[in-house]
Every structure is written in structure tokens, then in C-alpha cells.
Ligand binder design. Structure first.
Ligand code: 3ON
Ligand code: FE
Length: 487
């Protein structure tokens, strides 16, 4: 176990506190503000993440198994309002009433009573904890292995499971990483389903959905790829959807016999390549699905992709191995230095020669890449990411890094040594003309104060410090993803 060390820019005991449950639901005007909220910053930041890590004696095995809790921060006239609510999933409601876990989590959380009470229970707990987006007049809480939950944007009350006008059937997955095509005005997302077989073995189905501005599903197409797949995120260009099929295998037996969660049965296969699946968005193009290969690695998140000269470039955060928690260990006892860091890579795919060239862009440990939404699927210049405080090795995210992909210039804003950052969300400045004309908004956890804050940074210049720091009166556990809406 790691102990407090003067060499580290963080205190592991303080870091750990950020993974405490926040069962309380708050609703208040934020009054403790350092700096000034820009008066032209008007709109709403929605974010999602696990809010509950235990019920009475029972604790989750992994933070990704925590129930989804939505935070909403509304900005208007230089003021801000905070609201958080748990998504009232069927499981959350039932477990709250029972005072114990009634469902198994994908990442290993078990029901009480040992393996016997878990064996052959393959019921997934749809915990709605990964992303929240407002599209077509609907606020949707997403979790990649099941259907979305629809919420009331004003109260964050849960309205129920959303089937997108009968497009989804009960149990159909709708991923937690929709992308917004800025020119076609589409929300593009996918659903991944394992379980079919042919003579070559297990197959995985990928269904792609495109929704117009009214939230109507205007395109839906399904494809089958060989093998097992764990695909968390994807990328789009005007003509393609791009998926990385990480080299992993799946042994279902420990899951079926109640010994492990499904996610814990995913094994990294370093000897196998990563497959890159390129699916045309337009069937009338007559193009077929292409599968290219690159060296082994594990990717959760992509920053962006774009087409140029018969090629597709994609920037992604890649790990040398799939991060697993050790048997019998608490996830809060993470020994950061023993895990490989996520690093930003550029993959350049030649669709004619089928060659893939990969280059390390940034060795610093990074996660949660984001860009100006106007550049999604198109050439771009700036990427922003949560980043470690130090240049090498694996460590918690304490900083926000801006990379200029044209000049290589970097800017770093840091919350170290007591602060830990979540995903930054880019908000374009109304009427802005430069790609970095806007703000980055991120939730920060301060381990010394045991409270969270929302920071607003000027995306054009991170070095000048936060434009505004909005102190919350309590902590919010480390979260996953968020989105901005001008409404
Ligand atoms: O066939 C199945 C495919 C599938 C979709 C297998 C399966 C059961 C494993 C599965 C389900 C996958 C799920 C439910 C994935 C959920 C992922 C999740 C909730 C979060 C992922 C987060 C990724 C990252 C990189 C988080 C980083 C966090 C930090 C740096 C800490 O602040
Ligand atoms: Fe994600």
C-alpha cells in the first residue's frame, strides 16, 4: 500500500476520501465564489457519476458500480445554482428500500450471501451513472450496457426508461458516449451486444443510431463483428464511425458461477492486436465495413477523428494494459505507480493501404479528452484533458492540460497538491471566432477541505488561473462525464 510521501504531489489519504458516498441531495444558489462568473456564460452543465459506494455494511467492489447521481449547475447573469439527484433506477429504489444490495454490479459488486446467492443471476443492474445529455428536448442519463433513463431537466426527477420512440427494445443497450455532429446536427450513438455465435465463435453486434435535432431516430444500422468486444467510446467523421476493439477475451464462467462480476472476467490479451472498425455512416456510399489492425493497447476514450487525403486520423487515450483491480483489494487502495498511465496517441489510418501508423503525442498521464464541439469529426487544433501533476508515471488527475496540436505548445492549470480534477467540459463563448474561445468547466474535489468546487477556466489561457471558483458546501465523489446545454 502506498503511504504519504513528500515526493508525491498528492496525499493518498485525501485522494481516497473523494470516493465516499454522497447520499444527500442538495438544491441551492452557490454563494461562495472566488473570482467572477463571466456574465455571458449562460446555460447548464449536467454531469453524471457514481454517487453511492455503499449501503449499510455492503460496499461496491469498483467505483463504476456506484449508482448514477446527476449534478446540475445552472449559470445565469453571473450567478450559479446547484442541484444533485440520484437517478431513480429500479435497482436504486429497491436497494434503498431494502438497505442492501439486491443486484450484482458489472464490475464485481455482489449481493450479500456469497457466491451461492449470486450464481446464475445474470440480471444487469442498469445504474445510469456514466453520462447525461440534453437532446431533442429530453434529458437522458446513460449507461452503456442498457437503455437510457429520461429525467426532468427542471427537477432531475426520473421519468422512466427511454425507448426513443420504440427504437430500443427492452434491454437494448445505448452507449454512454453519444457524439454530436456539428454540421449535420445529429446525435450519433451506438449499442453493443454480445451473445451471438457462428462457426468462428462469439460475435458482437454493433447498432448505430443517428438522432436529428428533434430527437427522432433518422438512421439505424446494425453490424456484426467477430469476437468479444468491450467498446466504451467511439469517434465520428462526416462519413464514418470508428471503433477500437481492444484485445480482450471474456471467460463467462466465474461470472455465471457467482464468483466475479462480468467486467472482472474481461482479460487483456497483450499478444493480440487492437482492431479498428470503420463503419460507413451512409449506406448509399456503397462502402463496406473495414477492419484494420494496430498494436495491442486498451482505449476507453477518443479525443476526436477527422478525414484527410484518403486517411482518417484519430487521437485516443491508450493504456499499455487494461487496468484491473487486484483480487481481494479495495479500489481505494490503488497503487497508482503499479498501473500503466493513459497517454494520448495519434493513429493515422490509410483506407487504401490499410496501414495504421501510431505516434505517442503526450506521455503525461491523461484522461477525459475534450475539444470544442464545433470541431467534432473535423480537423482540430486544441485538445483539453484531465492530467497528472507530474510529467511521467501514473497518478491521480490533478490538473487540466491544453495541447496545441499545431505548435505542440502546452498549458497546464493545476489543483495540486490538495485538488483532484474531473472531466473538463468545453463551453464555446457566444460569438467566439477562435477554436479556443470559450471556457472549460470542471468539478474539482479538494481533499484538504473535503469539499468540491466547480472551476471555470478561460480555454484560451489556462495559465492565468481560474476565472471563477464556485465552492460547493459538500463533496461530490469523482464522476464520469458531463455535457453543456445553452438552455
Ligand atoms: O459484452 C459486454 C459489453 C459491455 C458493454 C461486456 C461488459 C458486461 C463488460 C459490458 C459492460 C460495460 C460497462 C457497463 C462499462 C461501464 C463503464 C463505466 C461505467 C465507466 C468507464 C470509465 C472509464 C474511465 C477511463 C474512467 C476514468 C476515471 C478516472 C480517471 C477517475 O477519476
Ligand atoms: Fe467514458
Amino acid at each position: 500500500m502506498q503511504t504519504k510521501s513528500t515526493e508525491l504531489p498528492y496525499d493518498i489519504t485525501q485522494w481516497r476520501q473523494g470516493y465516499r458516498s454522497q447520499p444527500q441531495e442538495y438544491d441551492y444558489q452557490i454563494t461562495e465564489i472566488d473570482g467572477q462568473i463571466p456574465p455571458e456564460l449562460t446555460g447548464t452543465l449536467f454531469r453524471n457519476g457514481p454517487g453511492l459506494f455503499d449501503i449499510n455494511e455492503d460496499a461496491v467492489r469498483h467505483p463504476f458500480d456506484g449508482d448514477g447521481m446527476i449534478c446540475r449547475i445552472t449559470f445565469k447573469d453571473g450567478k450559479a445554482h446547484f442541484l444533485n439527484r440520484f437517478v431513480q433506477t429500479e435497482a436504486y429504489v429497491a436497494e434503498k428500500a431494502a438497505g442492501k444490495f439486491l443486484y450484482r454490479g458489472v464490475f464485481g459488486t455482489q449481493k450479500a450471501g456469497g457466491w451461492l446467492s449470486n450464481a446464475f443471476d445474470v440480471n444487469l443492474k442498469n445504474i445510469a451513472n456514466t453520462q447525461v445529455v440534453y437532446w431533442g428536448g429530453k434529458l437522458l442519463a446513460l449507461w452503456e450496457a442498457a437503455e437510457p433513463h429520461r429525467l426532468d431537466p427542471k427537477t432531475l426527477n426520473t421519468l422512466g426508461i427511454e425507448y426513443l420512440n420504440n427504437t430500443l427494445k427492452p434491454g437494448d443497450p445505448f452507449a454512454a458516449h453519444p457524439l454530436f455532429d456539428p454540421k449535420q446536427n445529429r446525435m450519433v450513438n451506438f449499442g453493443l451486444k454480445a451473445g451471438k455465435f457462428d462457426t468462428t465463435g462469439l460475435l458482437t453486434g454493433i447498432t448505430i443510431y443517428e438522432l436529428d435535432l428533434d430527437g427522432k431516430v433518422v438512421k439505424e444500422h446494425s453490424h456484426t463483428i467477430p469476437g468479444f468486444a468491450f467498446i466504451h467510446d467511439f469517434a465520428i467523421t462526416p462519413n464514418y464511425c470508428i471503433f477500437f476493439q481492444n484485445p480482450v477475451g471474456f471467460n463467462p464462467f466465474p461470472f455465471l458461477f457467482g464468483l466475479k462480476g462480468a467486467g472482472e472476467c474481461v482479460k487483456f490479451q497483450p499478444e493480440k492486436p487492437t482492431k479498428i472498425i470503420i463503419i460507413p455512416r451512409n449506406s448509399h456510399s456503397g462502402e463496406k465495413v473495414q477492419m484494420l489492425e494496430t498494436k495491442s493497447g486498451f482505449v476507453f476514450h477518443h479525443a476526436n477523428a477527422f478525414e484527410h487525403d484518403g486517411k482518417i486520423s484519430i487521437d485516443s487515450i491508450a493504456y499499455a494494459t487494461f487496468p484491473e483491480i487486484e483480487e481481494g483489494k479495495d479500489f481505494r487502495d490503488t497503487n497508482f505507480s503499479s498501473l500503466s498511465p493513459g497517454q494520448l496517441w495519434r493513429f493515422e489510418m490509410d483506407l487504401q493501404t490499410r496501414q495504421v501508423e501510431s505516434t505517442l503525442v503526450e506521455p503525461r498521464c491523461c484522461e477525459f479528452p475534450t475539444i470544442n464541439p464545433a470541431n467534432v469529426g473535423y480537423p482540430y487544433r486544441y485538445v483539453y484533458m484531465g492530467a497528472a501533476q507530474t510529467c511521467n508515471g501514473n497518478a491521480p488527475l490533478q490538473s487540466i492540460l491544453k495541447l496545441d496540436r499545431e505548435t505542440g505548445e502546452q498549458q497546464l492549470w493545476t489543483a495540486a497538491p490538495t485538488g483532484y480534477v474531473n472531466e473538463p467540459v468545453f463551453v464555446p463563448r457566444p460569438g467566439g471566432t477562435q477554436e479556443d474561445d470559450g471556457w472549460l468547466i470542471a468539478m474539482i474535489y479538494d481533499g484538504a477541505k473535503d469539499r468540491s468546487a466547480v472551476v471555470v477556466l478561460d480555454a484560451a489561457d489556462l495559465t492565468k488561473g481560474a476565472v471563477a471558483t464556485l465552492h460547493l458546501t459538500h463533496h461530490i465523489p469523482y464522476g464520469l462525464h458531463g455535457s453543456w446545454t445553452d438552455e
